[in-house]
Design a protein around this ligand. Structure first.
Ligand code: OAD
Length: 234
């Protein structure tokens, strides 16, 4: 038994958990960046250079996420959270809302969320499901009139609420990582921190991640199969 009902579980998810819901991963074949180079759409420089391209990209991702449904892996995590309560913490690199729609409550989106936008001047964050796909439609802040950007953490920016993440990593007895290539830091380093602090570290995905050496267990398989199987016996 890798996880017991007495454990304090920190779950880190990546694009792979939403792959079977039809949302493209970043680095696989058919990955999201195939049509767009990452530096064209997910950096502050890209935003300065071409905000319309950036908004078209995130509008496309909003459309895709709205059409997707949570899968068995999202549902298994939500159901396990009900058993563990406050001993469960879910940190996702994903900006889709499939964890919430599956019923997860204790979710932290370290790379931001697709369905919020933020004022570039007054930093007001607000819910937003709109699509902005022409220069005339680009949004402005209703409080101060400045341009509004996606509430997404871009390359070169600091992930949201790293203090809370660190506190939770400190307390976890098990770190369960699902569907992330282990190539983007700081998330790729969580396994090293958890391991140093004595937690058991488990990875689930169809292929080994880049940081594979730091895991105690690697369960090769699709998230919708391997994750429910693991949590069913926990
Ligand atoms: P990647 O695209 O780098 O990796 C996706 C991982 O999912 C790969 O390791 C696949 O093997 C795995 N995978 C594919 N299908 C799967 C399935 N059915 N079940 C489980 N795993 C599966 O995506 P991330 O690691 O999430 O950041 O990328 C990390 C960050 O890089 C993203 O949050 C994003 C991106 O740039 C920002 O936008 C800031």
């Amino acid at each position: 038994m890798l996880i017991t009902a007495n454990d304090r579980l920190f779950v880190l998810t990546g694009a792979g958990i939403s792959a079977e819901s039809g949302l493209a991963t970043f680095r696989g074949s058919g990955g999201l960046w195939n049509g767009y180079r990452v530096e064209e759409v997910a950096t502050p420089e890209a935003w300065q250079h071409d905000p319309l391209l950036v908004w078209r990209f995130y509008s496309m991702r909003r459309r895709d996420a709205l059409a997707a449904q949570p899968n068995a892996a999202h549902l298994a995590l939500a159901s396990y959270e009900q058993q563990l309560g406050d001993r469960f913490y879910l940190c996702t690199q994903n900006v889709d809302d499939l964890h919430e729609r599956a019923g997860s409550v204790r979710v932290h989106h370290m790379h931001g969320t697709l369905f919020q936008s933020r004022c570039t001047r007054c930093d007001r964050v607000f819910p937003d499901q709109s699509f902005y796909e022409s220069a005339a439609a680009l949004p402005a802040c209703s409080s101060c009139g400045a341009p509004v950007r996606p509430h997404i953490v871009w390359f070169g920016e600091i992930p949201l609420d790293m203090d809370a993440i660190d506190r939770q990593l400190n307390r976890a007895t098990v770190l369960l990582v699902v569907g992330t290539s282990g190539s983007v830091y700081p998330a790729a380093g969580f396994v090293h921190i958890a391991r140093q602090r004595g937690a058991c570290t488990i990875y689930i995905g169809p292929e080994e991640p880049l940081n594979n050496g730091a895991f105690d267990q690697i369960l090769l398989g699709a998230a919708t199969e391997a994750l429910p199987a693991l949590l069913l016996h926990a």
